[in-house]
Design a protein around this ligand. Sequence first.
Ligand code: SIN
Length: 192
Amino acid sequence: MTQHSQRPTDTHACQDRPSATWVFGYGSLIYKVDFPFLRREVASIEGWQRRFWQGSHDHRGTPEQPGRVVTLIPAPGNICRGVAYLVEHDVFEHLDHREKNGYQRIATAISLGESAEIVDGVFYIAVPDNPAFLGDAPIEEIAAHIADSHGPSGSNRDYLLQLAVALRELGDDDEHVAELERLLSQRHTPDS
Ligand code: SIN
């Protein structure tokens, strides 16, 4: 992982709790919570949208056959919903390792839950110049790629389906994810 912004401890610490920072999750960080946190809130950030454009060599694919996982692309005015966690700074050691395959941390304003309180925080993004970036492709091709990929963290299909369920639970309507879920449900799988 390379860092685009300063460490969260430098500028993005929580005002009320300087030893902690808000981190916004929009992909597996929504549903796979393998780290301690102080608070968890449904949250959103503005100006970004999810796309299955990042390759995954280490979680949902292999170096020989990388899977496809989400990153965010700029989308002026779009609200991207996810979950924000307030974490102590030492948790970034774990998160940076987990997101090491092409993601970098950048600073963002995060709108929290019902209150719409705005806090400073960070999120992980995989930008197009990272070596694992796959970019756009016809949606059927992306679905086929996801259906056929597996890695140490499980199948790429499960990554997508768990994300789709988690987004519905948050009341989010993400057309890209919903369309991939629909295409995958039409495909034959060994256990279906
Ligand atoms: C995230 O969940 O916020 C980043 C992408 C991922 O780990 O799936």
